[in-house]
Design a protein around this ligand. Structure first.
Ligand code: NDP
Length: 449
């Protein structure tokens, strides 16, 4: 049987673009369909615009710190519209680059929604197209709970495009997105109230990082409240009124929900085509990304394994190597470093202390709590903290964690060492870079009692 394409990719985000480009490089005839904008969540409404906003929001503290170094900083002001316009221009530029990269690689881009209609067929508009293999890389979408009045809430998607900066914003959730946006809006001068339904934010992270981030956020002036949730949202003149589980009410200009993301598989025709989905809509795949249908594969957030861009890229690349590069490759999901661009930021790789204790029993914990040098003259009270978790039996470093200035930049290098399975003795044998915060990772000598 002849097909229109060797590979039809649905979704031109991080995973889909990488898979398309590499597959085409191996000579495959590839088309990729995208219903919104080439680049996907990370480039268009995730990591990239978020990080630009994080940079923007940090200037308020930087101006303060500058005074401690002899600078006179006067008459600063912030204009939300300017930032959003400039951020949008940068996203447009990246969107263009992605389109160009696909074109240069010989991939046909179809900027329309595609729906699976069979093991080798998709429908785009009123056309049916066939492919030997279909790759689903449609990512995820924010989910919001079923609270009365939830239609008045926004998600991070809308937060990136608000006409006006909210003077007072409530953020619901305690995950990556909630803490990152709490820091963004606070740094820009908004009053931020963050509501989290359980005991402590950032569930799944090492407890020391969770506790320290909560403390630092509160110290900066974010009103972080735990064990609380929203029961009702009402529209008011120019804002919202929230009723909380303790019966109190809160007025704000906006309420943003960051309560997780779900796989984007609704109405995609997958179940009809025989593709098995998990109860939350995630596509079930094997180690090579193959679904329950031999000709249909999936990578990235839609598989709900590790919801991170670089992981989706690795999965997309591995898929292309496996099918078109004659090199079966199964992407690894262990020791994945990641960062939370909270303020202060977090960098983490490997196991939390609790996970390591559960798995190995006896572990040594090394930690260092210090004031980053910049803050000595800069005057900020923010502290930094590094932590290594070592399996006592093998001396292997099984987890490395940091909260503090530059943690995201620092953890990448430490991630190589943890991924390589290096021992604490090998960390100790490494010469420090001085003066830096990163050097703490090779200087901690005495385990916590
Ligand atoms: P997360 O899954 O990280 O966090 C969701 C949060 O919402 C949790 O605190 C959760 O609480 C809470 N929550 C869930 N349901 C409800 C509810 N019904 N009422 C109140 N609170 C609720 O999701 P995010 O939306 O923050 O981010 C989605 C994914 O995007 C992340 O998993 C991450 O992988 C990725 N991401 C990565 C970033 C990075 O690498 N820097 C940045 C942003 C996103 P509980 O803990 O009690 O379940």
């Amino acid at each position: 049987m002849t097909f229109d394409y060797d590979l039809f990719v649905i979704g031109a985000g991080s995973g889909g673009v990488r898979a398309s480009r590499i597959a085409a490089g191996f000579g495959a005839r590839v088309a990729v369909a995208e219903e919104y904008r080439i680049g996907g969540t990370c480039v268009i409404r995730g990591c990239v615009p978020k990080k630009l906003l994080v940079y923007a929001s940090h200037f308020s503290e930087d101006f303060e710190a500058a005074k401690g170094f002899g600078w006179t900083v006067e008459g600063t002001s912030f204009d939300w519209k300017t930032l959003i316009t400039r951020k949008d221009a940068e996203i447009d530029r990246l969107n263009g680059l992605y389109r160009q990269t696909l074109g240069n690689a010989g991939v046909e881009t179809i900027e329309e929604r595609a729906v699976v209609t069979g093991p080798n067929a998709v429908r785009v508009g009123d056309r049916t197209l066939t492919a030997k293999t279909i790759l689903v890389a449609v990512g995820g979408w924010p989910q919001m709970p079923d609270v009365p009045g939830i239609e008045h809430a926004i998600t991070s998607n809308e937060a990136l495009h608000l006409e006006e900066q909210p003077k007072r914003i409530v953020i619901v959730g305690g995950g990556y997105i909630a803490v990152e946006f709490a820091g963004i809006f606070h740094g820009m001068g908004s009053e931020v109230i963050q509501l989290y339904r359980s005991e402590q934010i950032l569930r799944g992270f090492d407890d020391d990082l969770r506790n320290r981030l909560a403390d630092e956020m509160r110290k900066k002036g974010i009103d972080l409240r735990t064990n609380i949730n929203v029961t009702n949202i009402e529209k008011t003149d120019g804002g919202v009124r929230l009723t909380l589980t303790d019966g109190s009410t809160l007025d704000a200009d906006a309420v943003m929900y960051a309560t997780g993301r779900v796989p984007n598989t609704k109405g995609l025709g997958l179940e009809e085509a025989g593709v098995e989905l998990a109860p939350n809509g995630a596509i079930k795949v094997d180690a090579y990304g193959k679904t329950s249908v031999d000709s249909i594969y999936a990578v990235g957030d839609v598989t709900d394994r590790v919801q991170l861009t670089p992981v989706a890229i690795k999965e997309g690349h591995a898929f292309a190597l496996t099918l078109y590069g004659n090199a079966p490759t199964s992407p690894e999901h262990d020791a994945v470093p990641s960062a939370v661009f909270s303020q202060p930021p977090i960098g983490t790789v490997g196991m939390t202390e609790q996970q390591a204790r559960d798995q190995f029993g006896e572990v040594d914990v090394y930690e260092s709590d210090f004031r980053p040098m910049k803050h000595t003259l800069g005057g900020a009270t923010e502290r930094a903290y590094t932590k290594l978790i070592v399996d006592k039996a093998t001396d292997k470093v099984v987890g490395a964690h940091m909260i503090g200035m530059d943690a995201a930049e620092i953890i990448q290098g430490v991630g190589i060492a943890v991924k390589a399975g290096l021992t604490k003795a090998q960390f100790d044998a490494t010469v420090a870079v001085h003066p830096s915060s990163a050097e703490e990772f090779v200087l901690m000598r005495t385990p916590r009692a």
